[in-house]
Design a protein around this ligand. Structure first.
Ligand SMILES: Cc1ncc(C[n+]2csc(CCO)c2C)c(N)n1
Length: 230
């Protein structure tokens, strides 16, 4: 696998990604992603996805807030808290802007009725945190953050003509790539602190990898939902 196809987001990510096997490609090379890249994705599908994603991000910010509550060190807590702030001020603002251009205002966005795929995914992530510890929660959060980093890098490198260049640039850009490296380092630190440097040899790592794979499958469902349109 080339360095480009496997970005350097840390040891735990490399382990989980490998353990996810074909599910990882089903997510990162989904038809929705390919159509974003080659520009054939219907606008209605994209907007349906963006509306659902806005609500998704709100719940995702909740999950990072839960990660702050589940932190054992100040460093973990600071990271989780700053991600909540970043989501509330940054990425959700991007969704508001894109949708506003299409005549969908903020209130309409916030009132978007969640699809089952959206509900299933965010509640799975939150439940991982409610019933588990910080590692369970981070394993469920990781595919989402890091998968988009990988997708963005690949689509930007392919450099095809597409009306979705702004979306691609957001995730391929250095600010988002820096977030991915930081989240990767957070996960490495959290896992090594709790399971030791040789964490891949500890049975718990398998269960965390299963959680990562389940969240990856839920990402596939989210893309399927997007393609289906409203
Ligand atoms: C379904 C879905 N999965 C992943 C992301 C990507 N993502 C989730 S949170 C975040 C900011 C950093 O935590 C980013 C980029 C998304 N938007 N929607």
């Amino acid at each position: 696998m080339s360095a480009l196809a496997t970005p350097g987001y840390g040891r735990a990510f490399a382990f989980f990604r490998e353990a996810a096997g074909p599910e990882w490609d089903a997510y990162t090379r989904h038809a929705f992603v390919e159509q974003l890249g080659d520009g054939t994705l219907p606008r209605a599908s994209f907007l349906h996805y963006m509306r659902q994603d806005y609500v998704f991000l709100f719940n995702f910010a909740r999950a990072w807030a839960l990660a702050a509550a589940k932190s054992d060190t100040l460093e973990e807590m600071r990271h989780a808290a700053s991600t909540v702030a970043g989501l509330a001020e940054g990425e959700m603002a991007l969704h508001v802007e894109v949708c506003a251009r299409e005549g969908i205002d903020k209130d309409a966005l916030f009132a978007t009725k969640e699809t089952q795929e959206n509900l299933a995914y965010t509640r799975y992530v939150l439940e991982s945190g409610y019933s588990g510890d910080l590692l369970d929660l981070l394993a469920a959060l990781a595919p989402c953050v890091l998968g988009y980093g990988e997708i963005g890098l690949r689509l930007a490198a392919e450099g095809r003509e597409t009306p979705y260049a702004e979306w691609i640039a957001t995730y391929a850009g250095e600010p988002y790539q820096a977030i991915c490296r930081e989240v990767g380092a957070l996960i490495d630190g959290a896992i090594e602190r709790r399971l030791g440097a040789d964490f891949t040899a500890v049975p718990r790592s398998r269960r965390l990898a299963e959680r990562f794979t389940t969240a990856t499958r839920l990402e596939v469902g989210f893309w399927d939902m997007g393609l289906r349109g409203s």
